[in-house]
Design a protein around this ligand. Sequence first.
Ligand SMILES: [Mn+2]
Length: 434
Amino acid sequence: MGNVRMGRVNDELRNALSELIRTVKDPRVDGLVSIVRVETASDLGSAKVYISVLGDEKKTRDCVKGLTSAAGYLRRAVAGKLHLRHTPTLTFIGDDSIVSGTHIMELIENVSKTEEKKKHLDVEGVAEFLKTRDNVLILTHKSPDGDTVGSAAALAEILRAMGKTVYVFANPEFTKKLLRYVKSYLAPEGFVPSCVVAVDCADKKLFAKESDEYADRVDLAIDHHITHREYARRICVVSESASCGEIIFDIAKVLGVKLSKKLCTSLYVAISTDTGRFLHSNTTPESHIKAAELIAKGVDFEKINREFFIEKSRARIALEAELLGSINICFGGSVAIIKLSDESIRRVKATQDDLDGLSALARTPRGVSLGVYIHEKDGAAKVSLRSDEKVNSAEFCAYFGGGGHDRAAGCTMDVSLDEAEALIISRIKELELF
Ligand SMILES: [Mn+2]
């Protein structure tokens, strides 16, 4: 592995561990420890983590012991946070050589970060917070999906059941299919909220630009993305949740709100769509248990799943036929590439609903480990990767300035569709992926 790449791995590990050591419950590991540097072996099998502690040598020794006994936990937590193909085993080493100004600054920063952690709420904290608020506006993300819409509708329903005034921001990107679930909550013109809540939004850059005026005054963000950027005053991020809807479900339970059919339907839409009707790798037993409870309350799961996953418009069928008809299966059947031009979208008069989830098509041929979907947007080539465990999509896209999850990621290239395809192919060759 190259030096630059190793340097990045070391930095990522250092950053991740700096956060994670603050979650170690061992009393020997306190707030005044900081990570000086990380040295990862080139095969990613092991890493030495040099730590420094404000205090005497004994404190350092104790802290090393505490971290060593938490090494297994920390390694698993790092694996969950970073997109590395292998997570190294961790060895903690006391480093007293650096008690420099920068180090002290860092310690101070760590302490203030610990202070800052107070704004992180759990589900009970969110329930308490919501009880005290009224005139709430709920924000969804751009390119809205079933999770952000289902979560927003469900949260609005919960707050209405509590007698509060609440609306969902009228995101102009709500598609016809999604609008059905949220239209009874849309904010009227001139509504002035006293509390702003964002659901399923990992970054304030991901708000619809029309809701820009609220981006810097979000009072609470409820989210499940591991990449969540802490833009709000209060944050409830449950990254183990397959969908944001599952967190909203828990909030409803804590608040003791009646699970009406309308509320259950919104929650089911969120959970089913974000798990790809319970088949994506993010699906957990918890997703099924919650969905089961919603179905028991009478949710029409068949109708919802037909609508989101089975029924297709004529335009969608035409697009799928074109894409599958011209699919490029290469690298001995391990990679499949599909490309969609603006011209095709216009020709079949496709709507945003018709374009949703097309990226999954590239992984449908049996034996394909990496599916690549490239489409034209605003004159650039947008690339979406879907992969199995053999390829880390996030790392692959990071090379082109993009990002995402390890099985699903994307990037934008300022080139034509054919040029983007050629770049992807040469990168796969360079990495000798297949
Ligand atoms: Mn989501």
